[in-house]
Design a protein around this ligand. Structure first.
Ligand code: NAD
Ligand code: MG
Length: 396
């Protein structure tokens, strides 16, 4: 690599954001940090600005911005602090940024990620919710641009690595029979079913293999994460939902597989550390050191596989149905899930009620075609309203 690439990290204080900064720091001759953004934990953002000296930082409101700007001046750091959604889109589409890591959690990541695509950036997509909400529009924006989209979600990054270089003519034309999406099964894979009602947020966030943000940790425990990933895979690889099969693989060593018509199955393996897909996407089509240790198969010893338990993980069935229904159904699924997970993390509902809220919201509101972003945002707002109403009824 000759020129130094300017990297913007949306969601810099999160789990993916920090892993990205770790990989970038290992290659100062290739990458420089251009902008860092955060919604909370502003003291940590200040520390990251002192360390990486970005041109811009973005925070949620003007009060935070004034405070951070003052503290950075005291530190002798010349970072300019911007505010809110406008600030996020400005740094994501800035002419001087080359690479955008989209690592904001939830629907809030949609607009800035779309801005990066429309501004023809190399977009490293960790935020799966954006694609789940607006996959058709997002992929159309990608086709209308010269942006390069590289999946960071470990499963999608694995599938990308197992597919041929050009699969734009469709999976059938490159001999793909199925995509095998692997899932660890989360912390409750073997918990007696009757104990599922009483699990706490702390238990749900204690993932056996991965260290992640709280929202995605709960999604992994309910397997909604795999449901969202199924929808994400359909958009990224132009697959039908029935071409994507979910396989439980408790060791999280195989990150996903592609099954070809000749009987070959290609898999990507590695230690469960997000720095591997991040380094892959940063350097693609080259390879760089990620800091992840070599996989020790002899120590791992065995790799196991199971079918997902439908009764234990209703979210997987609900998400597959939303994928099949299409239109605004995935946006409503995602929005209802965000409200439900937040309510669970705040102790308002039990873990098993997450699926009930989502299913009730999807039953109440029929899916309509998602023709433009306004359709998607209206469905998102409607689902959030219905989910909140569900919570109010329950609180009474
Ligand atoms: P996290 O909660 O650790 O970090 C989220 C980041 O987004 C933080 O920097 C936070 O300040 C910012 N943020 C939160 N709400 C925001 C808002 N309303 N506006 C602007 N910024 C906001 O989350 P994470 O685990 O790093 O996950 C980030 C995304 O990557 C999620 O979409 C997740 O599904 C996806 N992902 C994560 C992992 C993982 O291993 N952590 C793996 C695959 C995919
Ligand atoms: Mg994943």
């Amino acid at each position: 690599m000759s020129e130094i690439l300017q990297v913007t990290v949306l969601g810099a204080t999160g789990s993916i954001g920090l892993s990205t900064l770790d990989v970038v720091s290992r290659h100062p001759e290739c990458y420089q940090i251009f902008a860092l953004t955060a919604f909370s934990r502003i003291a940590e953002l200040r520390e990251l600005c002192r360390l990486h000296r970005p041109r811009y930082a973005v925070v949620a409101d003007s009060c935070q911005a004034r405070d951070l700007q003052g503290r950075l001046s005291d530190d002798g750091v010349h970072t300019r602090v911007l505010v809110g959604e406008g600030g996020l889109s400005e740094v994501a589409a800035h002419p001087e940024t080359d690479v955008v890591m989209a690592a904001i959690v939830g629907a809030a990541g949609l607009r800035p990620t779309l801005s990066a695509v429309q501004a023809n950036k190399r977009v490293l997509l960790a935020n799966k919710e954006a694609l789940v909400m607006s996959g058709g529009l997002f992929m159309q924006a990608l086709r209308d641009s010269t942006a390069v989209l590289l999946p960071i979600d470990s499963e999608h990054n694995a599938i990308f690595q197992c597919l041929p270089g050009d699969y734009s003519a469709g999976l059938a034309n490159v001999g793909v029979r199925r995509i095998l999406l692997t899932a660890s099964g989360g912390p409750f894979r073997e918990l007696p079913l009757e104990q599922l009602a009483a699990v706490t947020a702390e238990q749900a966030c204690a993932h056996p293999n991965w260290s992640m943000g709280r929202k995605i940790s709960v999604d992994s425990a309910s397997m909604m994460n795999k449901g969202l990933e199924l929808i994400e895979a359909c958009w990224l690889f132009d697959a039908r939902p029935d071409q994507v099969e979910v396989v439980i693989h408790p060791q999280s060593v195989i990150h996903s597989m592609v099954d070809y018509v000749d009987g070959s199955v290609l898999a990507q393996l590695g230690n469960p550390d997000m720095r591997t897909p991040i380094a892959h996407a940063l350097a693609w089509p080259e390879r760089i050191d990620s800091g992840v240790s070599a996989l020790d198969l002899l120590q791992i010893g065995r790799l196991d596989f199971q079918a997902p338990d439908q009764q234990r993980f209703p979210c997987l069935r609900i998400a597959r149905q939303a994928a099949q229904d299409g239109g605004t159904a995935p946006a409503m699924l995602n929005a209802a899930n965000e409200v439900a997970v937040d309510a669970f993390l705040n102790g308002r509902i039990r873990f098993i009620e997450i699926a009930s809220i989502i299913e009730d919201v999807l039953d109440l509101e029929a899916s309509v075609p998602a023709r433009c972003l306004a359709d998607v945002l209206a469905a998102d707002a409607q689902a959030r309203m219905l989910a909140s109403r569900w919570l109010h009824r329950r609180d009474r």
